[in-house]
Design a protein around this ligand. Structure first.
Ligand SMILES: [Mn+2]
Length: 346
């Protein structure tokens, strides 16, 4: 089937205004989302698995459908295209606004391709989104049709797996893999598919640092690995890197620094699931032209600033109401989350 391309910036600006210029965001039609997804897939086909990016750049961790908190990020971190953003994945599931969140990110990526960069998280997956909210939200918001879910999860297969910033910093959603010693091995992966259960691609989106260990250890999440100090240092050394930046784990203060800043978690969903009461942050990198010797006693590296923020007022409203404001009352998110035993871990 030939899908016409919606290429005009006017069309994109109209979509952005639907999402941004109303007191609550207006859903894009299923047909428009189909066109946007088709266009984004063509663009991402040309994008390498590991993007090459430069500072200044602002890194954003998990969003998980918390649309109003995403808008808060643009307020505190600067609007696009003024600020360049690298999003580290987990755009959907958990929160009440996965549809609006991913719609906005797709439109921004198409409108400002050199200012917005998106990589894949473990939730950018058909299996996970079927179980953790996005699929159900699409059914509720699009009159029982799963078409939008299908278009968007097709795009997920095209998202890159990581980025290298200033040639010195590696960014990915989860972390390291025992199957990957060289960044070139990530570059060689065929990423255009559902996230497999194991192997490099799975580990990149599922793994977590563990300050208590030295080597790799199976992850209690049931996918990916815990990685320790020795493997972290060896990976950086062997790839001429100074740091790994990642998301994927709830941080009460918005971020956590491991091994004197060698590995850092950025978490960008404040009051996660409308009940955790945590802060969130974005990481602003202004430069990375420090010498490695000068970083040894620091938790945060020179040129890096964690802009910490609290939940938006609308997040609080969602907490009070226990349900969304966008006509999805059939989908009682709070009950849904409870029924999953608040497996925040995922
Ligand atoms: Mn994750």
């Amino acid at each position: 089937m030939t899908v016409p391309v919606m290429s005009s910036l006017t069309d994109l600006d109209h979509c952005l205004s639907q999402l941004l210029d109303h007191s609550s965001p207006q859903l894009l039609s299923s047909h428009v989302i189909q066109l946007l997804c088709h266009q984004l897939k063509s663009a991402l086909l040309e994008t390498p698995n590991v993007m090459t990016l430069q500072s200044p750049i602002t890194l954003v961790g998990d969003i998980h459908g918390q649309y109003h908190d995403l808008l808060e990020i643009f307020r505190i971190g600067g609007p696009t295209p003024h600020t360049t953003y690298l999003f580290l994945g987990d755009y959907v599931d958990r929160g009440y606004y996965s549809v609006e969140t991913i719609s906005l990110l797709i439109c921004l990526k198409l409108r400002y391709p050199d200012r917005i960069f998106l990589i894949r998280g473990n939730h950018e997956s058909r299996t996970i989104t079927t179980n953790y909210g996005f699929y159900t939200e699409v059914l509720n918001k699009y009159g029982g049709s799963s078409a939008v879910w299908s278009y968007v999860t097709d795009v997920f297969d095209y998202l890159p797996l990581g980025a290298i910033i200033d040639g010195r910093i590696f960014a990915t959603h989860g972390g390291l893999s025992p199957s990957c010693q060289q960044i070139d091995q990530i570059r060689a992966v065929d990423r255009f598919k559902e996230i497999p259960h194991d192997g490099i691609m799975a580990d990149l989106v599922w793994s977590d640092p563990d300050p208590e260990i030295l080597d790799f250890k199976l992850s209690p999440r049931g996918a990916g690995y815990l990685f320790g100090s020795d493997v972290m240092h060896k990976f950086c050394h062997d790839n001429s890197l100074v740091q790994l930046l990642r998301a994927h784990q709830l941080c009460n203060e918005g971020y956590v620094s491991y091994w004197r800043g060698k590995c850092v978690t950025v978490w960008s969903a404040p009051n996660y699931c409308y009940r955790c009461g945590n802060k969130a942050s974005v990481l602003e990198i202004s430069h990375s032209n420090f010498d490695t010797g000068s970083t040894e006693k620091r938790e945060v590296l020179p040129g890096q600033f964690f802009n910490v923020f609290e939940a938006s007022p609308q997040n609080d409203e969602d907490t009070v109401n226990g349900k969304s404001m966008n006509g999805v009352n059939e989908f009682d998110g709070s009950a849904y989350i409870r029924s999953k035993e608040i497996d925040y871990f995922l």
